[in-house]
Design a protein around this ligand. Structure first.
Ligand code: SF4
Length: 215
């Protein structure tokens, strides 16, 4: 499927998904745990896209199923593929520090990626791979019902907003995702590569924290 088709698909999701995703009936944390476990189980041996070939572990997502905030990254890397956990290794350690700086821990938020299996050589996920995998993320969002999103990295932002803008555009314009306040910042792996981005990332996190604490 072409990139254009992917964008149209995602625009459709965003235009039609709000009521579907955030139904008003309350759901207990226990039910959310059960629903997420069932969704993970359902997809453990998924073969809906070619990324299944390199999978050691499905990197479904982790954290608090009843979280107020959901953090969304791009894709698992080598360490994540081996452990089945998102954001491990050097980028994960930096993420922990970033969260600690805004008084959060992994146990308080829920972390997931756009695709659940590692792209070879850590390349960006292809449009057809994102299309195949996005229903899992959308289902996770529907179960968790976060009150705020923190999107990490350009690939995740462009995919979720179906917009081909640069990271600066997403950081400053702050469009809502599915009617929910959303902040976009640098991926921790990018911050390891370029220390100059740490200050703007810190500014993004402080803005995110203000809104998070007000919810
Ligand atoms: S990346 Fe997603 S769609 Fe592709 S095989 Fe893995 S779980 Fe299935």
């Amino acid at each position: 499927m072409s990139k254009r088709a992917l964008l149209q698909y995602l625009e459709l999701i965003q235009e039609s998904g709000i009521d579907h995703v955030f139904t008003p009936a309350p759901v207990s944390a226990e039910d959310k745990i059960k629903q997420l476990a069932a969704l993970r189980e359902e997809n453990l041996n998924c073969t809906k896209c070619p990324l299944a070939e390199g999978r050691i572990e499905l990197v479904f997502g982790s954290g608090n199923p009843d979280a107020k905030a959901m953090l969304i990254g791009e894709a698992p890397g080598d360490n994540e593929n081996k452990t089945g956990l998102p954001f491990v290794g050097a980028a994960g350690q930096l993420l922990d520090k970033m969260l600690a700086a805004i008084n959060l821990t992994r146990d308080e938020i829920y972390i997931a990626n756009i695709v659940k299996c590692r792209p070879p050589e850590n390349r960006n996920p292809a449009p057809e791979e994102k299309i195949a995998c996005l229903p899992i993320l959308l289902e996770q969002i529907k179960i968790i019902r976060p009150k705020i999103f923190l999107i990490m990295g350009l690939v995740a932002a462009q995919t979720l907003f179906a917009k081909n803008e640069n990271l600066g555009w997403f950081r400053t314009n702050r469009p809502d995702l599915m009617g929910t306040p959303t902040y976009v910042t640098y991926h921790p792996a990018a911050l390891i590569r370029n220390q100059n981005w740490k200050r703007p990332a810190w500014e993004d996190l402080q803005e995110f924290q203000k809104t998070y604490e007000s919810l």
